[in-house]
Structures are given as C-alpha cells and as structure tokens.
Design a protein around this ligand. Structure first.
Ligand SMILES: [Zn+2]
Length: 139
C-alpha cells in the first residue's frame, strides 16, 4: 500500500528547530510579555488605589510603607517588561541569543528559563557591566 503523504510531512517540517530567532522564542517572549504587562497593570492599579490614602494625616505610617513597596514593585515589574520588549526587538533584528557584552551565544538552556537575558552566564556573573558603562576597564 503506497500510502505516502508528502504533503502532511512537509507541512510541519519547514520550521527551524530551536535556533535563536525561531518562532519558538517569539512565542515564549510574547507569553512572558503578556504576563509582565499584567503584573505592571495590577501593581500600578494597586499603587494608584493606595496612593491617595497615604499622604493624609491618618497617623499610622503603615499605609505609606505599603504604598512605597507597591511603587517599588511596579517599577521593578516595568523594568522587566522593558527587558522583554527589548528582547523582542533583538529577535526582530536577528540578534536574539547573543551576549551584549562579549557577543558569544547564550546557551539555549538559559534562554529557555530567562529569554529576555542580555548576557551570557559568564558576563552575567562578572560585574563588568559597571566598567563597561564607565567606559574603562581597570586591570
Ligand atoms: Zn558574554
């Protein structure tokens, strides 16, 4: 029975397996982007809801502390959202998965966990970023 079906086989084949820049990373980044966006929205709403109560003369400083904590979390979440957006930009530019510091490939295993990472594990471990920002490498 010559029941070969080349059409159904080629239909799933053309996608590149797991290379950086593949649609798999885009899907991963987009799901993370959505999660971060929800986080930012939630925290921002919570902060703005709590903020008007804080500067009053209600006496206790606990509300103010909570509001500041919410603001800090909202800012951190926004930063993470920006990281994911930048990673999406790198993906579009074909630069996804490359270390911004040394240019070497970031292991796929790390990208699978933190797809928005900018640095390879080596550069991430060494606090060389501060030096790079300063423009000078000591030693
Ligand atoms: Zn590196």
């Amino acid at each position: 029975m010559p029941s070969e079906e080349p059409t159904s086989r080629t239909a799933t084949a053309p996608e590149r397996p797991a290379g950086p820049g593949g649609p798999r990373w885009r899907a991963l980044l987009e799901s993370r982007w959505q999660a971060r966006l929800e986080e930012v929205t939630e925290l921002s709403l919570a902060y703005h809801g709590a903020a008007p109560a804080a500067p009053g003369g209600s006496g206790d400083g606990t509300g103010q502390q909570e509001t500041r904590a919410l603001l800090r979390r909202a800012i951190a979440a926004r930063r993470k959202l920006a990281d994911v957006e930048e990673a999406l930009g790198r993906l579009a530019a074909g630069e996804f998965g490359r270390c911004e510091q040394c240019g070497s490939a970031i292991p796929a295993g790390l990208l699978a966990v933190i797809p928005e990472t900018r640095y390879c594990p080596r550069c991430n471990a060494v606090p060389a970023r501060a030096d790079a920002v300063a423009g000078r490498r000591l030693r």
